[in-house]
Design a protein around this ligand. Sequence first.
Ligand SMILES: NC(=O)c1ccc[n+]([C@@H]2O[C@H](COP(=O)([O-])OP(=O)(O)OC[C@H]3O[C@@H](n4cnc5c(N)ncnc54)[C@H](O)[C@@H]3O)[C@@H](O)[C@H]2O)c1
Ligand SMILES: N[C@H](CO)Cc1c[nH]c[nH+]1
Ligand SMILES: [Zn+2]
Length: 809
Amino acid sequence: MVFPILPFFAAGKDLKSVTEAKPFISLTGQALLDLSKTSVEEAAAFIEENKSYKFVCGLLQPGHQVSDDDIVRFVNCGIAVLFIASEEEANRLQQLGVPQERLALDNGSAYVSQFEIVQDFAKDRIIDASSLTESQMAQALLSSIKTDREDKLYTTLVVDTYQRCLGLVYSSEESVKMAIEKQVGVYFSRSRNEIWVKGLTSGNTQKLVNIQLDCDGDALKFVVVQEGKKSDFCHLNTASCYGEFQHGLVGLEQLLRQRMENAPEKSYTRRLFNDPALLTAKIKEEAEELTEANTKSEVSWEAADLFYFAMVKLVASGVSLEDVERNLHVKHLKITRRKGDAKPKFVKQEAKPEPAQEAGATLTGDIELEVVSGKDKEGVAAALSRPIQRTSEIMHLVNPIVEKVRAEGNKALIELTSKFDGVQLEQPVLEAPFPEEYLDGLTQEMRDALDLSMENVRKFHEAQLQKETLEVETQPGVLCSRFPRPIERVGLYIPGGTAVLPSTALMLGVPARVAQCKEIVFASPPRKSDGRVSPEVVYVAQKVGASKIVLAGGAQAVAAMAYGTETIPKVDKILGPGNQFVTAAKMYVQNDTQALCSIDMPAGPSEVLVIADENADADFVASDLLSQAEHGIDSQVILVGIALSEQKIAEIQQAVHDQALQLPRVDIVRKCIAHSSIILCNSSEEAFDMSNDYAPEHLILQIKDAAKYVPLVFNAGSVFVGAYTPESCGDYSSGTNHTLPTYGYARQYSGVNTSTFQKFITAQSVTPQGLENIGRAVMTVAKVEGLDAHRNAVKIRMQKLGLLPESFQ
Ligand SMILES: NC(=O)c1ccc[n+]([C@@H]2O[C@H](COP(=O)([O-])OP(=O)(O)OC[C@H]3O[C@@H](n4cnc5c(N)ncnc54)[C@H](O)[C@@H]3O)[C@@H](O)[C@H]2O)c1
Ligand SMILES: N[C@H](CO)Cc1c[nH]c[nH+]1
Ligand SMILES: [Zn+2]
């Protein structure tokens, strides 16, 4: 229900003076303009300037002289409903194109309409705005609400102008009157039993924008702008009584407004605010990338980028999201529309495909890395920032998936696999021994390649296996030891979104086997073609003795292994790389004590940093960059060049372009290269500092005497030393593990290794002599901690051994 009064603005020229003299009228959120005395321009200006009036209607008096053209223009500029006198007029206006639901017809005592929330308006509720008073408004409102509460208070929902709920409060007749009079948030405090002017003590005051009634008139809604230093609504210092808001577009707008005020001079956002040409270029670039996006995740990724830059433009221009929404509302109300064709310059010209177009490309243009000078600190920081979504945003998508699987088990898994992978499964698990037909199509050459790779990985990981018990006598009679045990049940995630990765199956399965884990469970998204996983993955599963293959991917697969389902065992640790959904789900379950499940590390989108000098072969450098770029659009590849000549840079750029065009995954590469860079340094120290700061998943050294520089590496997942060590060798067959920390986590995590599948238990054995040596120290420290039982455990023993007198306290 709307506010029970519709203020009538009789004359166009008075619109401004009335709204200025009586600002409280806007609390109704609605206005009726006399269209016979108002020009279209005045109506349009009223709608544009008075944002609190959500529904602006127009009265066409009987016998009015308003032309048909102007009526259409009124409707098109945002007049929501036309109040008219007769059926005849209604028919005529409908022929003009005004929809029936945009007409309110005079039935003698009321104007009757079907328009959204306006509906019927009794004539005695239409009141001349110039004579309307605050008390009239309060009276009308109070006579329209009811309450069944004993204390006669009215339940009041408080929302902001984006309709986000801030909290629930109560109003009394008195507080409603005060709120209208002062146009601020005034309520009734039940705990203090008195009128409560919001923010009087905290400073977090509220500007009242609108008041509404709910559908059956038993609850109020106050639309407010929260003001004050922190603009929190809740007494617990959060934006709302339901906690902080999800970030979203509104949050981004608020953040950018703050940045506009206080972003550091060298930050990227400040650069965007200060450089309109850069902002324009980014908006165009992101718009183009959005048009080229195909899959759901690409579209959401690119749209998010475009919204970000568009939002910077809004904030820089002083335009709010609310202005944009109002604009959309007015456009929605238009009855004549533009044809909607694009301007000729944006209509696609039939382009001649580049020579290598057949390789799988749908996009065109140079594939070129941005070149940044190492001296440009801000440019370097921007180049080294990873193209990842905020954890909170991803978590927002992942939490419901995890909770669904946890609550509904296999049923949820089947549903989510159908939704995200387009495969309708009957059973989400394949049990060992795996049916022979699942190996159909596996060639001998492939078996040999997998066997060789598995053997090398086994050798390297077997050598890492810690089997012995470590023993140290810290004092005579005090023997400390540590012994390894395998983690019993492990869940291994094998990615299968944009590429099937049997190599990951062996990188995880082989060390699990070496460490003697008791149960190995695989999970991988099923293929669209037949709902199976690839024969190579099944082959590896068989070889490493996996008990089950979960036919699911993404967050749902992680949740199924973390909590278990009817047929999937709950595991103790989940390992393996994956996209952002997989990584976020792993991080979620590791933090949930109910899951009792650990993870290897955050191993997300692949990345590489190549350090190259003038000796480097441009083709080698390009091939290494591209081998990681082809993993996904969210991968990132960085070349740090040490004293590279212009010519070498040009050769590398050319090699990247030429090789990329030959790749079937060139479209993915193109998008990855768009957020990848070449950074130019003058010395190896500078290059290694930059690399250690970035902490890449893979670091490739294509520099003279590369091995000499390994001591300078402090943060990296795995290092590839010398011109003939391509990263692909480590991905598949050399023996090192390819499951490595990304996002910069190489600062604190190691890649997967044999000990990732083990845990280490400590033990100790203390003799009477040992007790004599350390007992007093134990008692002293226990005393200062106030833990007497700890102290007693030593004291009693030492007394029985005669090491302390009976009287010892
Ligand atoms: N760091 C490492 O060690 C390492 C090793 C190998 C691969 N990788 C990386 O692993 C990643 C593999 O990613 P991928 O996408 O190809 O395969 P993936 O198996 O990780 O993810 C695919 C799954 O994501 C889910 N998904 C897709 N869109 C979704 C959406 N909108 N909402 C919810 N779920 C959705 C689907 O269930 C799908 O099965 C790549 O980024 C690659 O670079 C990293
Ligand atoms: N380079 C990836 C790790 O980031 C692993 C991989 C598997 N297949 C090919 N490459
Ligand atoms: Zn790879």
